[in-house]
Ligand binder design. Structure first.
Ligand SMILES: Cc1cc2nc3c(=O)[nH]c(=O)nc-3n(C[C@H](O)[C@H](O)[C@H](O)COP(=O)(O)OP(=O)(O)OC[C@H]3O[C@@H](n4cnc5c(N)ncnc54)[C@H](O)[C@@H]3O)c2cc1C
Length: 466
């Protein structure tokens, strides 16, 4: 039975939804989570960053994830343009590993964990719309389609707050606010499949992701614990359209691109493609509003970034932690709602924009300037202008750049590029010189946003900087 009212409603049971729901339930709030699908369900996004580990600790799910048997990922290997290099997590983050996860398992584990921590979670229940009083979100209309022998049903649940963690579906942004903007750059499409009996990739840290550039995009390889390897390609949409106009089918196009890189073509030679070919398009976007009266958007529901640096689950879990702190501070600690949601908006947007700049710099720095893909992925002047780069730059360049530089977006962008890419811009590892602080949350008075900063101990909340 879906109850009629709850303190916090969470829409979606992906990493963002489960993480936010668990963190709130662990602090004693009444939380209900509605998930449209029945788990386990397929999802792309298998390669995690080490930044997920401390959040899993906070959620209390680290041991369960450790025990599951996912492959430990030691880092990444890049064959990018003319350069090859490896990135070892132990050298950059001081953490030895993260995991390569089959998402159906990982997401189910997190959702079950949420239940075990007191979250009332319903699967097969989709939220159809949010009800507003004025501009305040106050209730949700849900529908159970009646799959898996359940009875079809529908109803309305009232809430004090809702976290929209509905992923790319983005209920609030697409259905209610019409506020999702696709980036002018990163007009890409991903095409992928799963392979059995591959040859070893043979490069980089153990079980690392392999990222290999090709003339019109790049390829990934991710080894999974079930013995399969996820192998995909990211191409510009325009390039794919041209190939399809030439009558090639998706599988043919996919296989043709795998053959363009010797490391990947060796990996799959003699191997068996064990899945259908999957594709995803239009996947880089940002929403104008991340929060408002009675609601917050977490994970992909708010924004999504090209997967080059495997940042999606990090952003999902990080924003979930911020959203739980934000709501706790309002509901329990008397922080003004507008201040708290303003903190949330700024904190999540800043970390998204930092990574957007990083991905863009990565694309720009290491491809030949006459390369089509390089030009297609270049942040336009307008795009740069739209970013609230000032805060992003302050964080990335903290203690390094003259703040005056950050006022001039064009110059600041170049300064950030220099900082991120460092003196090795003519070759080498663009992440080697990056400021590790770029993943650091606003968790100290000196890094406050909207006058607030994140506190984790002794309780998850926001505190006033003065
Ligand atoms: C090609 C590609 C490759 C990627 N590779 C990586 C990678 O290697 N590493 C990485 O970290 N990330 C990667 N990502 C990104 C990653 O998939 C996402 O960022 C991540 O899944 C976001 O988590 P989330 O919880 O916000 O959303 P999701 O995981 O999508 O969860 C949202 C949930 O909401 C449910 N839902 C939707 N609408 C409703 C509704 N109306 N009512 C109830 N429930 C609803 C959905 O069923 C879903 O279960 C990749 C993405 C793409 C497209």
């Amino acid at each position: 039975m879906v109850r009629k009212s709850v303190q916090v409603l969470v829409i979606g049971g992906g990493p963002a939804g489960s993480t936010a729901a668990t963190l709130l339930a662990r602090q004693g709030f009444k939380v209900m989570l509605l998930e449209r699908d029945h788990f386990p369900r397929y999802h792309i996004g298998e390669s995690l960053l080490p930044s997920c580990l401390p959040i899993l600790d906070l959620v209390g799910a680290r041991e369960k994830v450790e025990a599951f048997g996912f492959k430990r990922k030691g880092g990444a290997y890049y064959a990018w343009g003319e350069e090859n290099w490896e990135l070892r997590f132990s050298e950059i983050f001081g953490t030895e590993y993260s995991w390569q996860v089959r998402r159906s398992d990982f997401d189910q584990l997190l959702l079950e964990h949420a239940r075990s921590e007191g979250v009332e979670a319903h699967e097969g229940v989709a939220v159809r719309k949010i009800g507003f009083q004025g501009d305040r979100a106050v209730n949700a209309t849900w529908e159970r389609a009646g799959a898996k022998g359940e009875e079809a049903a529908e109803g309305v649940v009232d809430f004090d707050y809702v976290i929209d963690a509905s992923g790319r579906a983005g209920l609030l942004a697409t259905k209610h606010h019409n506020s999702r903007r696709h980036h002018d750059v990163f007009k890409n499409v991903a095409v992928w499949g799963y392979w059995k009996n591959t040859k070893p990739f043979g490069r980089g840290p153990e079980n690392g992701i392999g990222v290999c550039s090709i003339p019109h995009g790049w390829l990934w390889q991710i080894p999974l614990h079930d013995g399969t390897v996820s192998v995909g390609t990211v191409l510009t949409k325009e390039h794919l359209r041209k190939q399809q106009a030439g009558q090639a089918d998706l599988k043919e196009i996919y296989l043709g691109h795998l053959a363009e890189n010797p490391l990947i073509s060796n990996l799959v030679s003699g191997a068996e493609l064990s899945s259908e070919i999957k594709a995803e398009t239009d996947y880089s976007y940002v929403t104008d509003r991340f929060a408002g009266p009675g609601y917050l958007l977490a994970g992909d529901a708010a924004c999504f970034l090209d997967p080059l640096l495997s940042t999606g689950v990090h952003l999902a879990m990080y924003s979930a932690m911020l959203s739980a702190a934000t709501l706790s501070s309002i509901m329990r600690d008397g922080i003004d709602e507008q201040d708290a949601t303003s903190f949330y908006e700024q904190a999540y947007r800043t970390s998204y924009e930092r990574l957007l700049v990083l991905v863009s710099v990565f694309y720009e720095a290491y491809r030949g300037r006459d390369d089509h893909f390089y030009n297609a992925q270049r942040l336009s002047r307008r795009e740069k202008g739209n970013l609230k780069l000032h805060e992003a730059f302050l964080h990335i360049t903290a203690g390094v750049e003259d703040l005056a530089d950050a006022m001039d977006q064009e110059r600041a962008y170049d300064a950030v590029a220099k900082e991120l890419v460092g003196p090795g811009a003519e070759g080498g590892n663009p992440l080697a010189n990056h400021n590790v602080n770029m993943l650091q949350p606003p968790d100290a008075p000196g890094r406050s946003l909207a006058g607030l900063y994140l506190a984790i101990e002794p309780k998850l909340t926001l505190l006033r900087a003065s």
